[in-house]
Design a protein around this ligand. Structure first.
Ligand SMILES: [Fe+2]
Length: 439
């Protein structure tokens, strides 16, 4: 079944891809591994490091650990901590200015996806001087390719969801349009990832739930994405998109991430002292990053951008962020069950397999039931993790459906990575079905 999924499409065999690339950083995983930061930076030849973090972590023992490990091997450092959740092009410009103000030969980012994504983008802006908007796809940006390498980068995640430490992707809010865009380039893949799950011990339950659904959706979207053999082939390596579709590498990582999320997500959300669960969620997030960084996500992430663009008067418990704010993982999860019910029609085997990795009840299920089986399991996990009840749970009504679809339809690359084609009417229909899942 797995091999058949990658058979070249009969209707476009001549032009479709028969090759995929796998790119991941060197990964070190385990409790206490943050103490290796200094030795690893030393091995990269670094002498003066910029540490990117957020204002909360700047005074936290996590940063103390990193600083002490650098001092131990004689590496000097300076902190840039002016990074808030959902970083913008303005934050990136500030980060680049900071990098230009010192004689830094490397960057260590310590934080969630917002911090790591800011570091990636700021290094490009600092080295090549164009604003980050130059690299977004038109019509929002200039569609420019990053010209070449940036500073060595060690990424240290402190949440278990984003997977940004494993990807060549940075998501940045563009203030002029008040919405988020994806900036992708092979040059922004971190050189090393140091994943210390102890960083997640003090995360509030709601944060673990949101980031956990982010990783769950990364893995589900990878596994159900359009196969790489159904994307256009390239003759020049620089033209191969990072969103290259499902492939055997992404499948392998996504499959394991789904199994781990199914076994440990609810435990990790309910009990902060359950180190086994939180460790496994950290590993699952890194694996899911290794997966989607090499396949791309699809409709759940594409349609999350409309949610964050149009949210109003909402905050989420556990986040020190003013209204309106819906955490990324929740913005993705609220529409996911309705979306997978829609996409299952195109590749029911894949959807049923993914449901199986999530331990869904498949008794008597046929391929026709694939979407429903998967959606039911996701909804069950949402309830168990106390997630909002669909779009209505984050303040949207039927009156918002057209605007949500109009906003998200701009995410063309991710939409084209879905196994089933969709137009704006289809997006409206999926959003309508996502308003409420239980009574
Ligand atoms: Fe995500």
């Amino acid at each position: 079944m797995g091999c058949q999924y990658y058979a070249p499409a009969s209707d476009c065999e001549a032009g479709c891809a028969n090759t995929f690339t796998v790119a991941i950083p060197k990964i070190t995983f385990g409790r206490g591994t943050l103490t290796e930061c200094g030795a690893r930076a030393q091995r990269l030849g670094l002498k003066q490091v910029a540490i990117f973090t957020d204002s909360f972590l700047a005074t936290h023992h996590i940063i103390d650990t990193v600083c002490q490990s650098l001092a131990k091997v004689g590496i000097s450092y300076s902190l840039f901590s002016d990074i808030r959740i959902e970083p913008s092009d303005v934050t990136v410009a500030d980060g680049a200015k900071f990098l230009n103000s010192g004689n830094f030969d490397g960057v260590i980012s310590v934080g969630g996806g917002s911090v790591i994504d800011t570091a990636k983008a700021a290094m490009v802006v600092s080295r090549y001087q164009d604003p980050v908007g130059a690299y977004f796809a038109p019509p929002i940006g200039g569609g420019k390719a990053v010209p070449g390498p940036v500073l060595p980068h060690i990424a240290c995640p402190t949440t278990s969801g984003t997977g940004s430490e494993s990807t060549s992707i940075s998501v940045i809010r563009v203030m002029e349009y008040d919405t988020k865009y994806v900036f992708a380039s092979p040059w922004i893949l971190p050189d090393e990832a140091i994943v210390d799950p102890a960083c997640c011990d003090s995360l509030p339950s709601n944060v673990v739930a949101s980031t956990g659904f982010d990783l769950l959706c990364h893995a589900l979207e990878c596994y159900t994405a359009r196969a790489y053999t159904k994307h256009a082939g390239v003759t020049n390596i620089n033209q191969r998109q990072l969103i290259q579709g499902a492939n055997p590498w992404s499948d392998m990582s996504a499959r394991e991430a789904l199994r781990l999320a199914s076994d440990y997500l609810v435990r990790g959300v309910r009990d902060a002292t359950d180190h086994e669960a939180r460790d496994q969620l950290s590993w699952a997030a890194t694996l899911a990053g290794c997966a989607f960084g090499n396949s791309g996500t699809h409709l759940p992430h594409a349609m999350s951008y409309g949610v964050t663009h149009l949210m109003s008067d909402i905050t989420t418990e556990g986040y020190d962020t003013p209204s309106p704010f819906v955490p990324h993982g929740i913005s993705v999860a609220v529409s996911a069950p309705a979306i997978f019910e829609y996409t299952a029609e195109a590749t029911p085997e894949r959807h049923l397999e993914a449901a199986g990795f999530l331990n869904a009840d498949q008794q008597g299920a046929t391929l026709d039931d694939a979407g429903e089986v998967l959606a039911t399991r996701i909804v069950q996990l949402m309830k168990d993790c106390n997630l909002p009840n669909g779009l209505s749970g984050v303040g949207f009504t039927q009156n918002d459906i057209k605007a949500l679809a109009a906003s998200s339809i701009q995410q063309k690359r991710a939409i084209l990575n879905a196994p089933r084609e969709s137009n704006i009417d289809d997006l409206e229909s999926m959003y309508s079905n996502a308003l409420q899942y239980w009574t």
